[in-house]
Design a binder for this molecule. Structure first.
Ligand SMILES: NC(=O)c1ccc[n+]([C@@H]2O[C@H](COP(=O)([O-])OP(=O)(O)OC[C@H]3O[C@@H](n4cnc5c(N)ncnc54)[C@H](OP(=O)(O)O)[C@@H]3O)[C@@H](O)[C@H]2O)c1
Length: 363
């Protein structure tokens, strides 16, 4: 199957996840990419075009005609539907339609950008409900189920990631640090739990691997992470890398929601989801479930498999921090200690496009 794939339609290409994925696909010109964007004039869309072998298709995934135009003539697809735009319910509909239309249009290999079906993995206990997880995770299972019948007409793989490590050093994320009396501080409701954070750069490698090994990847759910990161470890590693003090403060969920995220707590998690629709989860409900998933250890990863697929993967939070410190210096952003100072954190381009766009944009 591998040698057939040349042209890949990407949804979410201008996003935090899409940029390293597309970079990995086109770096040696092995693949060409057609990336969907509502905003081809954005700095991110232009930076993709500048990579070479990337064209932008203007439009929204919430439109069958656009999906059809996107898949037509492509033999691969990388589909990351933005649930923080749509909300859970609408995300599921367009993810299903993406799979169906890709099949109809003759795509040969479909990669679905997934998150864990945490509600199921937690035994259907609503304390672990996070709409942006379940909205993907249900469809990930549905695609693997369809693929049992369809795998020779169109192969499919599910690529299950998790919270980007980058978010722990960035402004306006659920785990943004503060600096308190000169100590870098993470106040999050994680208890003694751990987050299987992912490195965006390694997501590029894994996505590329899936297309390069489409035969083996057909039917696979590739679940990735650096490691399960306890935030005490994160703080200790930050101290070792920067030589500056850092701490993790386990925070009561009520205190968390009266902190910096208070203003967003009652808004819909998806900015175009209707607050009047009873299926719409608020940030508070959505991310309370999210934190419980990590606090109570719901999610597993097979690190031996990841070592086999990506022997040079980033294997620890400390290794990730060291690389990021180095990369930031090379790019003129300064070291990590400088980068997490509040005034510097807010002046950097956000890691998430949704933050760069101030949670605005059409469905
Ligand atoms: N934050 C995390 O740690 C994390 C980790 C794993 C998975 N995810 C999931 O990844 C998804 C978001 O992607 P991201 O993390 O890369 O965030 P991001 O940086 O905010 O990017 C959002 C992407 O979605 C695209 N998009 C949004 N609405 C669209 C629409 N109607 N039509 C076409 N494209 C649309 C944007 O493209 P344009 O603006 O150019 O149209 C952009 O490429 C979410 O579903 C989230 O749950 C997030």
């Amino acid at each position: 199957m591998h040698s057939d794939i040349a042209n890949i339609f990407v949804i979410g290409g201008t996003g935090a996840q899409g940029i390293p994925v597309i970079s990995a696909l086109v770096k040696d010109k092995r693949y060409s990419v057609r990336a969907l964007s509502r905003d081809p004039d954005s700095r991110r869309a232009k930076s993709l075009v500048a990579l070479g072998n990337v064209a932008i298709l203007e439009g929204t995934f919430a439109d069958e005609a656009i999906l059809r135009a996107g898949f037509r003539g492509c033999d691969g697809a990388y589909i990351n539907i933005d649930g923080f735009n749509t909300g859970e319910k609408t995300e599921m509909y367009w993810a299903i339609r993406s799979y169906e239309i890709a099949l109809e249009e003759g795509v040969k290999f479909f990669v679905y950008g997934n998150l864990d079906y945490a509600l199921k993995k937690a035994g259907y206990d609503s304390r672990f409900r996070a709409g942006h997880y379940d909205g993907k995770g249900r469809i990930g299972e549905w695609i693997l189920f369809q693929n049992q019948e369809n795998k020779r007409r169109m192969g499919a793989a599910v690529f299950t990631t998790g919270p980007y490590m980058e978010m722990a050093i960035s402004a306006r994320t659920p785990m943004s640090p503060s600096v308190e009396d000169g100590v870098v501080t993470w106040r999050v409701p994680l208890g003694n739990g751990a987050i299987p954070h992912v490195a965006l750069e390694d997501c590029g490698y894994y996505a590329r691997w899936l297309f390069d090994h489409a035969e083996r990847a057909n039917g696979m759910d590739l679940e990735v992470a650096i490691e399960h990161v306890e935030y005490r470890q994160l703080a200790a590693a930050f101290e070792r890398v920067t030589g500056r003090p850092a701490q993790y403060i386990d925070t009561d969920i009520e205190a968390y929601w009266s902190g910096p995220l208070a203003a967003a707590a009652d808004l819909p998690a998806g900015y175009n989801a209707s607050p009047d629709d009873k299926s719409t989860m608020s940030f508070r409900d959505n991310f309370t479930g999210f934190w419980n998933i990590w606090k109570y250890g719901v999610i597993r990863r097979d690190y031996a498999l990841l070592d086999e697929i990506h022997p040079n993967r980033i294997k620890s939070v400390e290794q990730w921090l060291r690389r990021e410190d180095q990369l930031g210096r090379e790019l003129g952003k300064g070291g990590l200690w400088e980068r997490v100072q509040p005034e510097n954190m807010v002046s950097q381009a956000p890691i998430l496009k949704v933050s760069e766009d101030n949670r605005r944009g059409r469905l």
